[in-house]
Design a protein around this ligand. Structure first.
Ligand code: SAM
Ligand code: MD0
Ligand code: SF4
Length: 347
Protein backbone atom coordinates (compact mmCIF):
# COMPACT_ATOMS: atom_id res chain seq x y z
CA UNK A 1 0.00 0.00 0.00
CA UNK A 2 1.17 3.55 -0.69
CA UNK A 3 2.01 5.73 2.33
CA UNK A 4 -1.03 7.95 1.77
CA UNK A 5 -3.35 4.95 1.75
CA UNK A 6 -1.74 3.63 4.91
CA UNK A 7 -2.41 6.96 6.62
CA UNK A 8 -6.05 6.94 5.46
CA UNK A 9 -6.46 3.39 6.74
CA UNK A 10 -4.86 4.35 10.05
CA UNK A 11 -7.18 7.33 10.44
CA UNK A 12 -10.27 5.19 10.00
CA UNK A 13 -9.23 1.93 11.70
CA UNK A 14 -6.41 2.90 14.09
CA UNK A 15 -4.55 -0.13 12.78
CA UNK A 16 -1.38 -0.71 10.80
CA UNK A 17 1.08 -3.50 10.16
CA UNK A 18 4.67 -3.09 11.31
CA UNK A 19 5.90 -2.79 7.70
CA UNK A 20 3.37 -0.04 7.05
CA UNK A 21 4.57 1.96 10.05
CA UNK A 22 8.16 1.54 8.88
CA UNK A 23 7.33 2.91 5.43
CA UNK A 24 5.80 6.05 6.95
CA UNK A 25 8.71 6.51 9.35
CA UNK A 26 11.14 6.16 6.44
CA UNK A 27 9.27 8.45 4.05
CA UNK A 28 10.84 11.82 3.28
CA UNK A 29 7.96 13.01 1.12
CA UNK A 30 6.50 16.34 2.27
CA UNK A 31 2.96 15.61 1.05
CA UNK A 32 3.00 12.39 3.05
CA UNK A 33 4.05 14.12 6.27
CA UNK A 34 1.52 16.94 5.70
CA UNK A 35 -1.25 14.35 5.37
CA UNK A 36 0.06 12.49 8.43
CA UNK A 37 -0.03 15.60 10.64
CA UNK A 38 -3.41 16.78 9.31
CA UNK A 39 -4.93 13.34 10.01
CA UNK A 40 -3.45 13.34 13.51
CA UNK A 41 -4.95 16.79 14.22
CA UNK A 42 -8.35 15.69 12.90
CA UNK A 43 -8.27 12.63 15.14
CA UNK A 44 -7.36 14.75 18.17
CA UNK A 45 -10.22 17.15 17.43
CA UNK A 46 -12.62 14.25 17.07
CA UNK A 47 -11.79 12.92 20.54
CA UNK A 48 -10.72 16.02 22.48
CA UNK A 49 -12.15 19.09 20.72
CA UNK A 50 -10.09 22.18 21.48
CA UNK A 51 -8.89 21.00 24.91
CA UNK A 52 -5.21 20.71 25.78
CA UNK A 53 -4.24 19.47 29.25
CA UNK A 54 -1.36 21.09 31.15
CA UNK A 55 0.89 19.30 33.65
CA UNK A 56 3.07 20.89 36.33
CA UNK A 57 6.49 19.30 36.70
CA UNK A 58 8.10 18.97 40.13
CA UNK A 59 11.50 17.28 39.88
CA UNK A 60 12.01 17.22 43.62
CA UNK A 61 15.12 15.11 43.98
CA UNK A 62 17.96 14.93 41.46
CA UNK A 63 19.84 12.19 43.35
CA UNK A 64 19.88 8.84 41.58
CA UNK A 65 21.30 5.39 42.27
CA UNK A 66 21.21 4.51 38.55
CA UNK A 67 23.60 5.29 35.76
CA UNK A 68 21.52 5.61 32.60
CA UNK A 69 23.97 6.64 29.91
CA UNK A 70 21.67 9.31 28.42
CA UNK A 71 20.72 11.05 31.64
CA UNK A 72 22.12 14.22 33.16
CA UNK A 73 21.16 13.01 36.65
CA UNK A 74 22.97 9.64 36.40
CA UNK A 75 24.86 8.71 39.56
CA UNK A 76 28.37 9.28 38.21
CA UNK A 77 27.75 12.68 36.61
CA UNK A 78 29.85 15.20 38.45
CA UNK A 79 28.41 18.16 36.53
CA UNK A 80 24.93 17.67 37.94
CA UNK A 81 23.46 20.03 40.47
CA UNK A 82 21.99 17.81 43.16
CA UNK A 83 19.14 18.93 45.35
CA UNK A 84 16.33 17.41 47.37
CA UNK A 85 13.30 19.59 48.15
CA UNK A 86 11.48 19.01 51.43
CA UNK A 87 7.74 18.40 51.52
CA UNK A 88 6.76 21.94 52.49
CA UNK A 89 8.71 23.34 49.54
CA UNK A 90 7.14 20.84 47.17
CA UNK A 91 3.66 21.69 48.44
CA UNK A 92 4.27 25.42 48.02
CA UNK A 93 5.43 24.82 44.43
CA UNK A 94 2.48 22.52 43.71
CA UNK A 95 0.11 25.19 45.05
CA UNK A 96 1.69 27.82 42.81
CA UNK A 97 1.36 25.49 39.83
CA UNK A 98 -2.28 24.74 40.67
CA UNK A 99 -3.08 28.45 40.99
CA UNK A 100 -1.49 29.06 37.59
CA UNK A 101 -3.92 26.58 35.98
CA UNK A 102 -2.20 23.20 35.56
CA UNK A 103 -4.47 20.13 35.59
CA UNK A 104 -2.09 17.66 37.26
CA UNK A 105 1.07 17.62 39.38
CA UNK A 106 3.85 15.29 38.19
CA UNK A 107 6.08 14.32 41.14
CA UNK A 108 9.31 13.18 39.52
CA UNK A 109 12.67 12.19 40.96
CA UNK A 110 15.80 10.20 40.35
CA UNK A 111 15.90 6.82 42.04
CA UNK A 112 17.00 8.61 45.20
CA UNK A 113 18.68 6.16 47.64
CA UNK A 114 17.47 8.12 50.66
CA UNK A 115 13.83 7.83 49.57
CA UNK A 116 14.28 4.12 49.04
CA UNK A 117 15.77 3.90 52.53
CA UNK A 118 12.76 5.53 54.16
CA UNK A 119 10.32 3.37 52.16
CA UNK A 120 9.03 6.45 50.26
CA UNK A 121 7.11 7.55 53.37
CA UNK A 122 7.50 11.26 52.62
CA UNK A 123 6.46 10.85 48.98
CA UNK A 124 3.40 8.81 49.94
CA UNK A 125 2.40 11.57 52.34
CA UNK A 126 2.98 14.15 49.61
CA UNK A 127 0.41 12.41 47.41
CA UNK A 128 -2.15 12.71 50.25
CA UNK A 129 -1.26 16.34 50.91
CA UNK A 130 -1.61 17.31 47.24
CA UNK A 131 -5.00 15.64 47.09
CA UNK A 132 -6.17 17.22 50.37
CA UNK A 133 -4.73 20.69 50.13
CA UNK A 134 -4.46 21.28 46.40
CA UNK A 135 -7.16 19.05 44.99
CA UNK A 136 -5.33 18.04 41.82
CA UNK A 137 -4.55 14.59 40.46
CA UNK A 138 -0.98 13.36 40.87
CA UNK A 139 1.39 11.55 38.56
CA UNK A 140 4.34 9.79 40.17
CA UNK A 141 7.61 9.21 38.33
CA UNK A 142 9.82 7.46 40.91
CA UNK A 143 11.44 4.95 38.53
CA UNK A 144 11.11 1.24 39.25
CA UNK A 145 9.64 0.50 42.69
CA UNK A 146 8.53 -2.70 44.43
CA UNK A 147 5.08 -4.26 44.05
CA UNK A 148 4.34 -3.39 47.70
CA UNK A 149 5.11 0.27 47.07
CA UNK A 150 3.02 0.30 43.91
CA UNK A 151 0.14 -1.10 45.95
CA UNK A 152 0.69 1.58 48.58
CA UNK A 153 0.73 4.43 46.02
CA UNK A 154 -2.44 2.97 44.50
CA UNK A 155 -4.07 2.87 47.96
CA UNK A 156 -3.28 6.58 48.29
CA UNK A 157 -5.01 7.04 44.93
CA UNK A 158 -1.98 8.36 43.04
CA UNK A 159 -3.70 8.62 39.68
CA UNK A 160 -0.83 8.13 37.21
CA UNK A 161 2.42 6.13 37.17
CA UNK A 162 4.93 7.28 34.53
CA UNK A 163 7.68 4.83 33.63
CA UNK A 164 9.18 4.96 30.17
CA UNK A 165 10.71 1.88 28.58
CA UNK A 166 12.66 4.18 26.16
CA UNK A 167 13.00 1.33 23.64
CA UNK A 168 11.60 -2.15 23.12
CA UNK A 169 14.91 -3.31 21.63
CA UNK A 170 16.40 -5.26 24.53
CA UNK A 171 20.01 -4.84 23.34
CA UNK A 172 19.60 -1.08 23.09
CA UNK A 173 17.82 -0.99 26.47
CA UNK A 174 20.83 -2.72 28.06
CA UNK A 175 23.18 -0.11 26.61
CA UNK A 176 21.05 2.80 27.80
CA UNK A 177 19.68 1.68 31.14
CA UNK A 178 22.84 -0.09 32.30
CA UNK A 179 22.37 -2.77 35.00
CA UNK A 180 18.59 -2.40 34.86
CA UNK A 181 16.17 -5.15 33.97
CA UNK A 182 13.87 -4.76 30.95
CA UNK A 183 11.24 -7.13 32.32
CA UNK A 184 11.24 -5.63 35.78
CA UNK A 185 10.49 -2.23 34.26
CA UNK A 186 7.64 -3.69 32.19
CA UNK A 187 6.31 -5.57 35.20
CA UNK A 188 6.05 -2.41 37.33
CA UNK A 189 3.73 -0.83 34.75
CA UNK A 190 1.53 -3.88 34.38
CA UNK A 191 1.32 -4.17 38.16
CA UNK A 192 0.39 -0.49 38.58
CA UNK A 193 -2.31 -0.79 35.94
CA UNK A 194 -3.76 -3.84 37.73
CA UNK A 195 -3.81 -1.79 40.94
CA UNK A 196 -5.97 0.82 39.24
CA UNK A 197 -3.45 3.44 38.18
CA UNK A 198 -3.24 5.10 34.77
CA UNK A 199 0.06 4.37 33.00
CA UNK A 200 2.29 6.65 30.96
CA UNK A 201 4.62 4.79 28.59
CA UNK A 202 7.33 6.46 26.53
CA UNK A 203 10.18 6.05 24.09
CA UNK A 204 13.17 8.14 23.10
CA UNK A 205 14.38 8.77 19.57
CA UNK A 206 17.82 9.77 18.30
CA UNK A 207 19.64 7.01 20.18
CA UNK A 208 20.73 5.01 17.15
CA UNK A 209 17.49 3.01 17.01
CA UNK A 210 16.16 1.78 13.65
CA UNK A 211 12.76 2.50 12.11
CA UNK A 212 11.92 -1.13 12.81
CA UNK A 213 12.70 -0.57 16.51
CA UNK A 214 10.31 2.39 16.57
CA UNK A 215 7.55 0.45 14.82
CA UNK A 216 8.04 -2.44 17.26
CA UNK A 217 7.75 -0.06 20.20
CA UNK A 218 4.63 1.63 18.81
CA UNK A 219 2.88 -1.73 18.60
CA UNK A 220 4.35 -3.37 21.72
CA UNK A 221 3.48 -0.56 24.11
CA UNK A 222 -0.17 -1.65 23.93
CA UNK A 223 0.84 -4.43 26.37
CA UNK A 224 0.98 -2.03 29.31
CA UNK A 225 -2.42 -0.52 28.45
CA UNK A 226 -1.08 3.03 28.55
CA UNK A 227 -3.44 5.98 28.87
CA UNK A 228 -0.66 8.42 28.07
CA UNK A 229 2.22 7.85 25.66
CA UNK A 230 5.19 9.99 24.77
CA UNK A 231 8.28 10.30 22.65
CA UNK A 232 11.19 12.63 23.30
CA UNK A 233 14.24 13.29 21.14
CA UNK A 234 17.45 12.52 22.98
CA UNK A 235 19.28 15.67 24.09
CA UNK A 236 23.01 15.04 24.75
CA UNK A 237 24.01 15.85 28.35
CA UNK A 238 27.34 17.18 29.57
CA UNK A 239 29.33 14.87 31.83
CA UNK A 240 27.67 11.70 30.47
CA UNK A 241 29.04 8.94 28.21
CA UNK A 242 26.68 10.11 25.43
CA UNK A 243 27.62 13.81 25.67
CA UNK A 244 29.31 13.88 22.26
CA UNK A 245 26.60 12.06 20.33
CA UNK A 246 25.32 14.02 17.31
CA UNK A 247 21.81 15.27 18.14
CA UNK A 248 19.02 14.24 15.75
CA UNK A 249 16.64 16.85 14.35
CA UNK A 250 13.04 16.75 15.56
CA UNK A 251 11.30 15.44 12.43
CA UNK A 252 11.30 11.84 13.61
CA UNK A 253 9.81 12.81 16.99
CA UNK A 254 6.97 14.63 15.20
CA UNK A 255 6.22 11.66 12.94
CA UNK A 256 6.17 9.32 15.92
CA UNK A 257 3.77 11.66 17.77
CA UNK A 258 1.40 11.63 14.79
CA UNK A 259 1.57 7.84 14.47
CA UNK A 260 0.89 7.52 18.21
CA UNK A 261 -2.20 9.72 17.77
CA UNK A 262 -3.50 7.60 14.90
CA UNK A 263 -2.76 4.23 16.54
CA UNK A 264 -4.04 5.30 19.98
CA UNK A 265 -6.69 7.94 19.18
CA UNK A 266 -7.90 8.29 22.77
CA UNK A 267 -4.45 8.55 24.33
CA UNK A 268 -3.03 11.57 26.07
CA UNK A 269 0.13 12.52 24.19
CA UNK A 270 2.44 15.17 25.63
CA UNK A 271 4.24 17.96 23.87
CA UNK A 272 7.19 18.23 26.22
CA UNK A 273 8.67 21.67 26.79
CA UNK A 274 11.74 19.77 27.96
CA UNK A 275 13.12 19.09 24.47
CA UNK A 276 13.09 22.41 22.55
CA UNK A 277 11.47 24.68 25.13
CA UNK A 278 8.54 26.89 24.19
CA UNK A 279 9.73 27.16 20.56
CA UNK A 280 8.98 23.46 20.10
CA UNK A 281 5.39 23.68 21.29
CA UNK A 282 3.58 24.49 18.04
CA UNK A 283 5.14 21.75 15.92
CA UNK A 284 4.31 19.10 18.54
CA UNK A 285 0.75 20.30 18.97
CA UNK A 286 0.38 20.34 15.19
CA UNK A 287 1.55 16.72 15.12
CA UNK A 288 -1.36 15.68 17.36
CA UNK A 289 -0.34 16.23 20.99
CA UNK A 290 -3.05 17.06 23.53
CA UNK A 291 -1.04 17.61 26.72
CA UNK A 292 1.73 20.08 27.52
CA UNK A 293 4.23 18.77 30.07
CA UNK A 294 7.17 20.15 31.97
CA UNK A 295 5.52 23.37 33.13
CA UNK A 296 7.93 24.67 35.78
CA UNK A 297 7.54 27.75 38.03
CA UNK A 298 10.31 30.23 37.19
CA UNK A 299 11.47 30.89 40.76
CA UNK A 300 11.15 27.37 42.16
CA UNK A 301 14.76 26.28 41.69
CA UNK A 302 13.49 23.13 39.98
CA UNK A 303 15.21 21.48 37.03
CA UNK A 304 13.92 19.86 33.85
CA UNK A 305 15.27 16.52 32.68
CA UNK A 306 16.45 16.76 29.07
CA UNK A 307 16.74 20.57 29.14
CA UNK A 308 17.39 21.21 32.81
CA UNK A 309 17.37 25.02 32.57
CA UNK A 310 16.05 26.05 29.12
CA UNK A 311 13.22 28.66 29.33
CA UNK A 312 12.67 28.03 33.05
CA UNK A 313 13.91 31.29 34.58
CA UNK A 314 12.53 33.24 31.62
CA UNK A 315 9.06 32.08 32.70
CA UNK A 316 8.20 30.62 29.28
CA UNK A 317 7.53 27.15 30.69
CA UNK A 318 4.35 28.37 32.39
CA UNK A 319 0.61 28.23 31.72
CA UNK A 320 0.75 31.96 30.94
CA UNK A 321 3.58 31.23 28.49
CA UNK A 322 1.74 28.50 26.58
CA UNK A 323 -1.78 29.98 26.60
CA UNK A 324 -1.39 32.58 23.81
CA UNK A 325 0.41 30.06 21.64
CA UNK A 326 -2.36 27.48 22.06
CA UNK A 327 -5.04 30.11 21.51
CA UNK A 328 -3.37 31.13 18.24
CA UNK A 329 -3.91 27.53 17.07
CA UNK A 330 -7.58 27.60 18.05
CA UNK A 331 -6.90 25.55 21.19
CA UNK A 332 -7.06 26.22 24.94
CA UNK A 333 -5.81 24.94 28.28
CA UNK A 334 -8.52 22.68 29.74
CA UNK A 335 -10.29 23.28 33.06
CA UNK A 336 -9.63 20.96 36.01
CA UNK A 337 -13.10 19.45 35.87
CA UNK A 338 -12.55 18.60 32.20
CA UNK A 339 -9.46 16.62 33.19
CA UNK A 340 -11.37 14.91 35.98
CA UNK A 341 -14.10 14.02 33.50
CA UNK A 342 -11.47 12.57 31.16
CA UNK A 343 -10.21 10.37 34.02
CA UNK A 344 -13.71 9.06 34.73
CA UNK A 345 -14.47 8.26 31.12
CA UNK A 346 -11.02 6.87 30.29
CA UNK A 347 -10.81 4.13 32.92
N1 SAM B 1 14.13 8.35 37.40
C1 SAM B 1 12.86 8.08 36.87
C2 SAM B 1 12.95 7.19 35.66
O1 SAM B 1 14.04 7.08 35.09
O2 SAM B 1 11.94 6.58 35.30
C3 SAM B 1 12.09 9.32 36.57
C4 SAM B 1 12.81 10.32 35.72
S1 SAM B 1 12.14 10.29 34.14
C5 SAM B 1 11.47 11.90 34.14
C6 SAM B 1 13.39 10.53 33.10
C7 SAM B 1 12.87 10.42 31.67
O3 SAM B 1 13.25 11.55 30.96
C8 SAM B 1 13.51 9.24 31.02
O4 SAM B 1 12.71 8.10 31.19
C9 SAM B 1 13.66 9.68 29.59
O5 SAM B 1 12.56 9.23 28.83
C10 SAM B 1 13.68 11.20 29.67
N2 SAM B 1 15.06 11.68 29.48
C11 SAM B 1 16.07 11.60 30.37
N3 SAM B 1 17.22 12.11 29.87
C12 SAM B 1 16.92 12.51 28.62
C13 SAM B 1 17.69 13.13 27.58
N4 SAM B 1 18.96 13.37 27.74
N5 SAM B 1 17.06 13.42 26.44
C14 SAM B 1 15.75 13.15 26.28
N6 SAM B 1 14.96 12.56 27.21
C15 SAM B 1 15.55 12.25 28.37
C1 MD0 C 1 8.49 16.22 30.83
N1 MD0 C 1 10.67 16.53 31.82
O1 MD0 C 1 7.31 16.22 31.03
C2 MD0 C 1 9.41 15.92 31.99
C3 MD0 C 1 9.54 14.42 32.25
C4 MD0 C 1 8.32 12.77 33.71
N2 MD0 C 1 7.05 12.22 34.01
C5 MD0 C 1 8.18 13.81 32.64
C6 MD0 C 1 10.23 13.69 31.12
O2 MD0 C 1 8.92 16.43 29.72
FE1 SF4 D 1 18.14 7.99 37.23
FE2 SF4 D 1 15.87 8.15 35.85
FE3 SF4 D 1 18.10 9.47 35.06
FE4 SF4 D 1 18.01 6.85 34.83
S1 SF4 D 1 16.67 8.31 33.74
S2 SF4 D 1 19.75 8.03 35.69
S3 SF4 D 1 16.83 6.25 36.63
S4 SF4 D 1 16.94 9.85 36.89
Amino acid sequence: MKEKDIIKKLATTAKAEKEELISILASEDKDTSDLLFASARDTRTRFFGDKIFAYGFVYFSTYCRNNCNFCYFRRDNEHTIRYRKDSEEVLAIAKELADSGVNLIDLTLGEDPSLHKEGFASMLDLVDEIHDRINLPVMISPGVISDELIEEFARRNAEFYALYQETYNRQLFKKLRVHQDFDERMHAKIKARECGMFIEEGIMTGLGETEEDIADALLAMAKVKPSQIRVMTFVPQSGTPMAEMEPQDHDMELKIIALMRLLYPKALIPASLDVEGIEGLESRINAGCNVVTSIIPPTSGLAGVAQSTMDVNEGYRTVAGITPRLNALGLRVAEDDEYKRWMKEAW
